[in-house]
Design a protein. Structure first.
Length: 136
């Protein structure tokens, strides 16, 4: 899967931004490191930006996230310090804000505002039509 992703990234020919939302546990911390390494190896000329968005140690403290004991059966647990936290521990509204914050850096604000205005206009037109037909 990572090789296929790297091929696509290389083919696109534009900077690519990968944002990771995952658990704070031995495997969850390893996944983005491994992913970045493999993609860079398979697409060395591509401009790829990686960011672990959640769960971070700072977020655990900032939001007082519920922890759980780290599974010692995970081979990576020997070098892992602290308790584990599931990404599900972050309230959905915060996850949404984190995702929107990353996405908004790649979107032209004027174009987005125009699109949202057009969607609202279409929504009103459809509601008017539904009322006229007695469906609403």
């Amino acid at each position: 899967m990572l090789h296929d992703a790297a091929e696509t990234i290389a083919h696109v020919g534009k900077p690519v931004f990968l944002y990771y939302f995952g658990d704070h546990d031995p495997s969850g911390v390893h996944i983005p490191v491994h992913t970045e390494k493999e993609i860079r190896k398979a697409a060395p000329a591509a401009e790829v930006h990686f960011e672990r968005v959640a769960v971070t140690e700072e977020q655990i403290e900032q939001y007082g996230l519920q922890t759980r004991p780290t599974k010692r059966t995970d081979s990576r647990s020997k070098s892992f310090v602290g308790e584990s936290v599931e990404v599900d521990a972050i309230p959905p509204s915060i996850l949404r804000t984190l995702a929107e914050g990353r996405i908004s850096t790649h979107v032209d604000a004027g174009q987005l505002a125009a699109l949202e205005a057009a969607e609202e206009s279409e929504r009103r037109s459809l509601m008017d039509l539904a009322y006229a037909w007695g469906a609403a």
